[in-house]
Design a protein around this ligand. Structure first.
Ligand SMILES: CC(C)(COP(=O)([O-])OP(=O)([O-])OC[C@H]1O[C@@H](n2cnc3c(N)ncnc32)[C@H](O)[C@@H]1OP(=O)([O-])[O-])[C@@H](O)C(=O)NCCC(=O)NCCSC(=O)C[C@@](C)(O)CC(=O)[O-]
Ligand SMILES: NC(=O)C1=CN([C@@H]2O[C@H](COP(=O)(O)OP(=O)(O)OC[C@H]3O[C@@H](n4cnc5c(N)ncnc54)[C@H](OP(=O)(O)O)[C@@H]3O)[C@@H](O)[C@H]2O)C=CC1
Length: 403
C-alpha cells in the first residue's frame, strides 16, 4: 500500500487517474491523497474538508473521487406527537440547515401542535415511478403497444420481480405522443426510496416488452417519471409517498404561540399560498414545505435533488368556529430508511432520533412513518411562518436569528 504523497505524485505524473486511487490504497488513504493533490493544484487549505467522522470506506457506494465531507449543522425541533398510519407517539425532528431562524420557526410550530395534543398524519399512496420512452412506427403501432401493456401487466410484474425481493410492480400507465410511447411504471418499494430498485426492475420489464412488441427502447428514463424536475404529473398523480398531516388549534393556542389570530393566519394562507401561488403558476401551494423537506433530507441521507418533488405541497387553513384547522399534503415525497445515503453513520443517527432506522416490520412501515413525521414537520413550519407573516415579524425574526 502506498502513502498519500506517493499516490498523489503518481496521479500528477500521469501514472494513475484521479479516480483510480482506491484500487491502490485503503479508502481513507486514497481520499487523503486526492485531497492533497487538489489542495496542491488549487493552492488551498482543505483540512476542514478532511475532518470527517466516518470511514471513507463506508461511503464508497455513495461517492466517487471523494476528497472529504462538508458538515452541515443539525438542530432538532420538537417534541412532536404524531398520530399516523405508521408513525405514532412522540419524537424530535432532526434538521440540517444553515438558514438561521428555520429550526426556531419549526420548533415554534411543533410547540403549537404539541399544545393541541399532536397532529394527525396519513400516507395515502406509496408508489415510486420510472417511465421509459420507446420508439414506434406510428400511432397505430403505439396503440398496439399500449394495448399489449394493459393486457400483460402481470407478465411485466413477473419480469420486474426477478430483480428485487422487496419491490413490487403496482401498475404501468401508457402515455402516447405520436411515435413515442411512455410507460410510467409504479412500484411499492417498501422502506427504500426505490429509484435504483425501480430502474433495475424496469429495465428487466423493458427487455420483455421489446421481445413481445415492436417497441424499441430509446431511454430507460423518459422524464414522465418524473425524477428531480418540477412536474405537474407528480403533483397530480403522486410519486414516492403521498402524505398528509393536519391539526386543529384553539384560538388561545394561536394567540399564545403566534401572537396573532386564526382569521389572520387563514387570510395570509389564502392570499399568499393559494392566490399568490396560482398567480405565480406555482406547483407548490405552500409557504416553505421545501425548507423542512430539505433539512430532514440532508440530515437523514435522502437524495437531495428530490427536494424538487418534496415541494409539491398544498397548505390549507380554515377557521372553524373559534378554532383553526390547518393541513399540509405533500404529493411526491421520495423517502427511504434503507439504501442510498441512509446507511452513513451520521445519517443513521438522525434516523434513530426519529426511530425509523432501517427496514420496518412489516417492510414499508418505517418509510411510511418517516414520511408522516416529515409531513407534520412541514405543517409545523407552515403554521409558524404563516403566523410570522400574519403578525408581521418575518423580517425582524430573520434580523435577530438569521444573520
Ligand atoms: C423566530 C421565531 C420562531 C420567533 O418567534 P417568537 O414567537 O417571537 O419567539 P419566542 O421567543 O416567543 O418563542 C416562541 C417559540 O419559538 C421557538 N423558538 C424561539 N426561539 C428559538 C430558538 N432560538 N431555538 C429554538 N426554538 C426557538 C420555541 O418553540 C419558543 O417557545 P418556548 O420554547 O420558548 O416556549 C418566529 O418569529 C418565526 O418563526 N418566524 C418565522 C421565521 C421562518 O419561518 N423562517 C423560515 C424561513 S423563511 C424562508 O426560507 C422562506 C420564505 C419566507 O422565503 C418563503 C416564502 O416566500 O414565504
Ligand atoms: N438509478 C437511478 O436512476 C437513480 C438512482 N438514485 C439513487 O438511488 C439510491 C436509492 O435507490 P434505492 O433503490 O432506494 O436504494 P439502493 O439501491 O441502496 O437499494 C436498496 C435495497 O435495499 C434492499 N432492502 C432491504 N431491506 C429493505 C426494505 N425493508 N425495504 C426495501 N428495500 C429493502 C432492497 O433489495 P431488493 O431489491 O433485493 O429487495 C433494495 O433494492 C440513492 O442513492 C439515490 O441517490 C436516485 C435517482 C435515480
Amino acid at each position: 500500500m502506498s502513502a498519500p504523497e506517493t499516490l498523489a505524485d503518481r496521479v500528477l505524473s500521469g501514472d494513475l487517474a484521479l479516480h483510480e486511487l482506491e484500487a491502490h490504497a485503503d479508502a481513507d488513504t486514497a481520499v487523503e491523497a486526492r485531497r492533497r493533490l487538489i489542495a496542491q493544484e488549487t493552492d488551498t487549505d482543505l483540512s476542514a474538508l478532511g475532518a470527517y467522522a466516518f470511514d471513507a470506506g463506508d461511503a464508497q457506494s455513495n461517492i466517487e473521487n471523494m476528497v472529504g465531507a462538508v458538515q452541515i449543522p443539525v438542530g432538532v425541533a420538537g417534541p412532536l406527537t404524531v398520530d399516523g398510519s405508521s408513525a405514532s407517539g412522540t419524537a424530535y425532528l432532526p434538521l440540517a440547515t444553515t438558514e438561521g431562524a428555520l429550526v426556531a420557526s419549526v420548533n415554534r410550530g411543533c410547540s403549537a401542535i404539541q399544545a393541541a395534543g399532536g397532529a394527525n398524519a396519513r400516507v395515502f399512496q406509496s408508489k415510486m415511478t420510472r417511465a421509459p420512452v420507446f420508439r414506434v412506427e406510428n400511432v397505430h403501432e403505439a396503440g398496439t403497444v399500449a394495448s399489449w401493456v394493459r393486457e400483460n401487466e402481470a407478465k411485466l410484474a413477473a419480469a420486474a420481480a426477478e430483480t428485487t425481493d422487496h419491490g413490487e410492480l403496482l401498475d404501468v400507465t401508457p402515455y402516447v405522443v405520436g411515435d413515442s410511447v411512455f410507460l410510467r411504471f409504479g412500484y411499492d418499494t417498501k422502506d427504500a426510496m426505490g429509484m435504483n430498485m425501480a430502474t433495475i426492475a424496469t429495465e428487466a420489464a423493458c427487455e420483455l416488452l421489446e421481445e413481445e412488441t415492436p417497441a424499441d427502447l430509446v431511454a430507460l428514463s423518459g422524464n414522465l417519471c418524473s425524477d428531480k424536475k418540477p412536474a405537474a404529473i407528480n403533483a397530480v398523480e403522486g410519486r414516492g409517498r403521498t402524505v398528509g398531516a393536519d391539526v386543529v388549534l384553539t384560538r388561545e393556542q394561536v394567540e399564545d404561540r403566534f401572537g396573532t389570530t386564526p382569521e389572520a393566519i387563514e387570510e395570509a394562507n389564502t392570499r399568499k399560498n393559494l392566490v399568490g401561488s396560482a398567480k405565480a403558476g406555482s406547483l407548490g401551494f405552500n409557504a416553505h414545505a421545501a425548507n423542512v423537506v430539505a433539512a430532514v433530507f440532508l440530515a437523514t441521507g435522502q437524495d437531495a435533488a428530490q427536494v424538487v418533488e418534496g415541494g409539491n405541497a398544498i397548505t390549507t387553513v380554515d377557521v372553524r368556529g373559534d378554532e383553526l384547522y390547518a393541513s399540509v399534503t405533500i404529493a411526491s415525497l421520495d423517502v427511504g430508511t434503507v439504501g442510498g445515503g441512509t446507511k452513513l453513520p451520521t445519517q443513521n443517527e438522525a434516523l434513530d432520533i426519529l426511530g425509523v432506522r432501517g427496514g420496518g416490520d412489516p417492510p414499508g412501515t418505517n418509510a411510511d412513518a418517516f414520511a408522516e413525521r416529515i409531513a407534520v414537520g412541514a405543517l409545523a413550519g407552515e403554521l409558524s411562518l404563516l403566523g410570522a407573516l400574519a403578525a408581521d415579524n418575518l423580517a425582524s425574526a430573520h434580523e435577530q436569528l438569521g444573520r
